[in-house]
Design a protein around this ligand. Structure first.
Ligand code: BEZ
Length: 221
């Protein structure tokens, strides 16, 4: 199945959406982007996900991340479904605060490797999996996560990984398990002790381990 690898230029596809026809790169402009796909309109898990995405959309805006969803139904279905979504969302907004792509012929789902072979519609055609693509301002793929149709996503986790991506895009650090903004980060292994000392004026602490190797290096970014 075709698919995208980290660092690939994200395709500048044209698509019909709930805000009209777009070209992805023009829609994103100089912002970051998150594209998240859904198996089908008017389905329960997808509805809870879109309702949550609407509720936290201001958090994406704060991080200069443009949101765009995708589902394999028509623009008209998307508009009607959006009303259900906003009725169950606790978002302050009245209308869905991001567009939904209408991938009614599955062209994009195939191009981006998003089909879930285990989930099929009434005609036996595969549905789209729950993909998350985070795209950088350089239009390159920075992160992808792929969930099956039967498992809903966690938008707090998507925001958390975006915080990590945006921090590590500019600083020579990596974020450890369960990291959240404000926590200490780790100095990347390719930096020598001297380079790390020069780069991190807040200091570097190294955790002692039985091997004696000095690779668990923490700093406050
Ligand atoms: C849902 O969104 O609830 C769903 C969609 C396709 C398969 C399973 C669940």
């Amino acid at each position: 199945m075709p698919g995208l690898l980290l660092g690939d230029l994200f395709p500048n596809f044209e698509a019909d959406t709930t805000i009209g026809r777009i070209k992805l790169h023009d829609f994103l402009g100089s912002s970051w982007g998150v594209l998240f796909s859904h198996p089908k309109d008017f389905t329960p898990v997808c509805t809870t996900e879109l309702a949550c995405a609407a509720k936290v959309s201001d958090e994406f805006k704060k991080r200069d991340v443009k949101m765009i969803a995708l589902s394999i139904d028509s623009v008209e279905d998307h508009h009607n479904w959006s009303k259900d979504v906003m009725a169950v969302s606790s978002s302050a907004a009245k209308t869905l605060p991001f567009p939904i792509i209408a991938d009614h012929n599955r062209a994009l789902s195939i191009e981006l490797g998003m089909l879930d072979p285990d989930e099929r519609d009434s005609e036996g055609l595969p549905l789209t999996a729950r993909c998350v693509f985070v795209i950088g301002p350089d239009k390159k793929l920075k992160l992808s996560i792929l969930y099956p149709a039967t498992t809903g996503r966690n938008f707090d986790e998507i925001l958390r990984v975006i915080d990590s991506l945006q921090l590590t895009a500019h600083k020579k650090v990596a974020t450890p398990v369960d990291w959240k903004p404000g926590d200490k980060v780790m100095v990347i292994p390719s930096l020598s002790e001297a380079e790390a000392a020069a780069l991190f004026p807040n200091g570097v602490t190294t955790k002692e381990v039985p091997s004696g190797k000095k690779y668990l290096r923490y700093t406050q970014p």
